[in-house]
Design a binder for this molecule. Structure first.
Ligand code: GLY
Length: 374
C-alpha cells in the first residue's frame, strides 16, 4: 500500500515536471532572449528586459528543465541569459537593492555549478561584491532597499535570507572570509530581530542609523505591521536551513527549536485546505486571496530539512488547488499567487517565483540527490 502511494506520488511529480517543462518550452518561443514580468496579468506574463528582482527565476527554471530533460534548447537559452546578467552587472543596471542574490544564484551561479566554466567565477564574485557593498557596519546587516546609508531605509527584510547563498558561493570561490562574515552577521541580525515572541515574523526591521541598535519591525507587503505576511514566513522556512547548510554549521539545538516554532506558526495558521492566505492573519471563511507561492517556498524549505513527506503533502496541495493544468493555454505553472496585495500587484495571479519554487520542489522530489543552485 505504502509503495503504491509512493509510486503514485512519483508519477504525479513526473507528470507535473513534464507539464512545467512543456509550458516553459512554449513560453520560450514568446519571450526569446527577453524575460517574463515578475507576475502575470490575467494569467499572461508581459515581455520585459532583464530589469527586475525576478529575472533569475526564469533562468533558474531553464536550468532545472535542462537538468531534467537534457534538451539543449534549455541550456542554450540559459547561457544566453547568463550573458544578459553579465551585461547587467557591467552596467550596474537596476542593482541598487539586495536582491542580487536571487538574480545571480539562479543564473550565473547555476551556470557555474552546471558547466564549471572558470570564467563565470569572476562574475559571481563581482555580483557578491555589489551585494556586500550594501552591508551596514553600524547594525551589522545588509540594507535591503534604497541608497546605502539612507536613514529612512535603514532596514533589512526577511526575503534577504535567500540572497545570502551568493555570499557563501563567493567565499567558496575566493576563500575570502569577509563574505562569510557579512553573511553570518546579517543572518544573526535577521533571526534575532525579525522573529517575534510568538514565532511569527515581521517582514522588515529597522535599525537606528546613528547607533545601529535594533529599532522596530514593520511590514511592506503584509496586511499590517503586527500581522504575519505568509511569504515572509515561508522565506524563513527555506532561508534558515539553507543558511545552516551553507555556513556548514548546521543548526544548534536552540536554532532547531526556533526553526520548528517558525514552521509550526505557519502550519497552525493554514486554513483547513492547507493553502495559505496571502497573510496568515486570514483564515477559514475569509474571502481574501491565497498565496500559492508561499506554499511552494515552504515546500522547498521542508525538502532542505529532509522533511520530504511534508514537502510531498504541500506539493500535492499546490497540485490540487493551484496547478494550471486545467487552464486552456497557461503561461504560469501555478495559479493563485499574490505579489503585493496593498499595491494591487499580481493578486490571484501566477508569479515567476511561485513557478520557480514549484519546479524546484518538484525537481528536488524527483532527484533527492540534487543540490539546488543556492
Ligand atoms: N522578495 C519580494 C517578494 O517576495 O515579493
Amino acid at each position: 500500500m505504502e509503495d503504491r502511494k509512493e509510486l503514485a506520488d512519483r508519477e504525479l511529480v513526473q507528470m507535473e515536471l513534464n507539464r512545467c517543462v512543456g509550458i516553459l518550452e512554449k513560453n520560450m518561443k514568446r519571450f526569446g532572449t527577453d524575460f517574463p514580468s515578475a507576475c502575470a496579468t490575467n494569467g499572461k506574463y508581459r515581455i520585459k528586459k532583464n530589469d527586475d528582482w525576478t529575472n533569475g527565476f526564469w533562468t533558474g527554471m531553464l536550468w532545472i528543465a535542462w537538468l531534467y530533460t537534457g534538451k539543449d534548447l534549455f541550456r542554450s537559452l540559459a547561457l544566453e541569459n547568463v550573458k544578459s546578467f553579465q551585461k547587467r552587472l557591467e552596467d550596474h543596471f537596476v542593482l541598487d537593492h539586495h536582491d542580487i542574490g536571487f538574480l545571480y544564484s539562479l543564473s550565473v551561479v547555476a551556470a557555474w555549478k552546471v558547466t564549471r566554466e572558470e570564467d563565470l567565477k569572476s562574475v559571481i564574485v563581482r555580483a557578491a561584491d555589489v551585494l556586500a557593498s550594501r552591508y551596514q557596519k553600524k547594525g551589522g546587516f545588509i540594507q535591503a532597499w534604497g541608497k546605502t546609508g539612507d536613514e529612512k531605509e535603514y532596514r533589512l527584510i526577511i526575503d534577504s535570507l535567500l540572497n545570502l547563498p551568493l555570499l557563501y558561493t563567493a567565499y567558496e570561490i575566493t576563500g575570502n572570509k569577509g563574505y562569510q562574515d557579512i553573511a553570518e552577521s546579517h543572518y544573526d541580525k535577521v533571526i534575532r530581530n525579525i522573529v517575534r515572541e510568538d514565532y511569527s515574523t515581521y517582514h522588515t526591521f529597522y535599525f537606528d542609523p546613528a547607533t545601529g541598535q535594533p529599532d522596530h519591525g514593520a511590514t511592506h507587503q503584509g496586511f499590517s505591521d503586527s500581522s504575519c505576511w505568509a511569504r515572509g514566513q515561508a522565506w524563513a522556512i527555506l532561508g534558515m536551513p539553507l543558511h545552516a547548510r551553507l555556513s556548514k554549521k548546521g543548526f544548534t539545538v536552540e536554532e532547531k527549536e526556533l526553526y520548528d516554532h517558525v514552521c509550526a506558526y505557519f502550519e497552525d495558521h493554514l486554513p483547513s485546505d492547507k493553502m495559505p492566505y496571502w497573510d496568515l492573519i486570514f483564515t477559514d471563511g475569509s474571502d481574501q486571496p491565497r498565496d500559492s507561492s508561499a506554499l511552494a517556498i515552504a515546500a522547498c524549505g521542508m525538502l532542505e530539512m529532509n522533511r520530504s513527506q511534508r514537502a510531498g503533502e504541500m506539493v500535492a496541495v499546490l497540485n490540487a488547488l493551484a496547478s494550471s493544468k486545467g487552464e486552456a493555454d497557461p503561461e504560469g505553472m501555478i495559479l493563485h499567487g499574490v505579489y503585493a496585495y496593498g499595491e494591487g500587484k499580481g493578486v490571484d495571479e501566477p508569479n515567476l517565483w511561485g513557478d520557480y519554487f514549484y519546479m524546484e520542489a518538484l525537481y528536488r522530489l524527483w532527484d533527492p540527490q540534487w543540490t539546488p543552485f543556492w
